[in-house]
Design a protein around this ligand. Sequence first.
Ligand SMILES: Cc1cc2nc3c(=O)[nH]c(=O)nc-3n(C[C@H](O)[C@H](O)[C@H](O)COP(=O)(O)OP(=O)(O)OC[C@H]3O[C@@H](n4cnc5c(N)ncnc54)[C@H](O)[C@@H]3O)c2cc1C
Length: 447
Amino acid sequence: MDTLNIDFLVFGGGMAGMTAAAKVASKGRIVLVVEKAAEIGGSTVLSGGKLWTAKSMELFEQETPGGDPALRRAVFDMFDEAVAWLRSTGVTVADVTYHLHYGKGYDFDVVGYIDYCRRVVEQAGGTVIRGATADRLIVRDGGVEGAVVVDRDGETIVHAPWTLLATGGFSANPQLLECFVHRRGGSALARSNPHSTGDGMRLGLGAGAALSPFMKGFYGHVIQSPVNQWGPREFRTYTQGGSIKGIMINQQGARFCDESLGDHQNAQRILEQPQARAAILFDEAVRREEARTILAGTDTPIDKVSIAMNEGARVAVGDTWEQVFETVETWGFAREPGLATILAYNATASAGNRQTHPSRVRELRAYDTPPFYAIEGQTGVTATHGGLRVDAQARVLNSGSQPVRGLLAAGADAGNIYGEGYAGGLAAGATFALLAAQQVIGDERTI
Ligand SMILES: Cc1cc2nc3c(=O)[nH]c(=O)nc-3n(C[C@H](O)[C@H](O)[C@H](O)COP(=O)(O)OP(=O)(O)OC[C@H]3O[C@@H](n4cnc5c(N)ncnc54)[C@H](O)[C@@H]3O)c2cc1C
């Protein structure tokens, strides 16, 4: 069996893995990046390429309930350094823009960035291998000293004082979603690369790591239902981000959450409903507002209602809510309770009364501009938030909350940064990657 000695071993070629690899390689260290897929990039290159996080610590805490305070603080404190690092690479980084009601960030050339990182690793004498994974980590005296790397040519023993797990969580593993997220988690669509199946977690646990608290959190979106095809092209066009402007009912006809908290929270709540389905109800006014939304990476607005209608999803349209519910009933939603819910909600909202149940902090309005719409929605999981227990220096911890020597985690493998909220997956990847790199190269804060 071949043996290799290097400075830094990285599993996963997405934002987290490639950032850490390039940062360490930029200091002249020899890095091996192991990527399971045929190409590097992971969910990162499928993303909108906006590096963003919360505008203030106060908003961060408010928007990431259940998240670990020290870990979210680490993302917030490292964010400017991550932006400076990104700019230092020479890839295109746009001016600041504002995201959702609580974030700020920067659009950047995400594909160019991942390729830049690869070149830095290779120019420093390191290697990026594709189509490879790890059988197990090498554990000696309670610490990790490398891994047995497997590719189509066989096994290689790789010795390294530091190993980073950055395999992107378990969004693409239905069994783990069912086990950790929700008993209906296995029915969710993977709105991510297909290779993030929990390997980082498996490898870490095998080396003595502990799981993070709050394993059920994830970042996802509400997706039109059903889908007759499903792949990266549909990840954004089938996303019904307008769920925050409508109301959602379950098959019993009841509202079940404050829809205005965010489409990512709506995706979590839908999974908890019967059959993991909801009907999103809204009117022509909402449709027109939403049809002005421009998809990241494009310059033309798209109308998600038309897409849903044309591509086989359940969409009901009517001049009255009664007409809409004639169709919604055929999807398995209780007609009378559903109709009562929308009519009561409209009456409350038009009276200017904020006493809805569940409560509504934003976007309280009556849906009274015909035609009226219902779209069936389901859950798409983009990135899981539970994972390996880590500290605010990206060190993986054991069940006694002590660092497992030599083992780091970043990105979606680093557990419980965001709880059931969300403040930027690329930011979690980049900031924890820079923290991991600091462990490897020492605390060199200069870019
Ligand atoms: C459509 C879409 C839009 C998005 N838009 C945004 C956005 O604008 N802003 C934002 O902040 N976030 C966005 N996200 C989320 C963001 O892309 C992810 O949170 C982020 O990419 C996670 O980074 P990561 O490095 O942890 O994982 P990834 O980028 O997924 O990288 C993980 C890599 O590990 C590899 N891997 C898995 N198992 C193994 C193994 N055993 N060995 C070796 N390699 C392995 C995978 O193949 C993958 O390449 C979006 C996601 C999607 C899908």
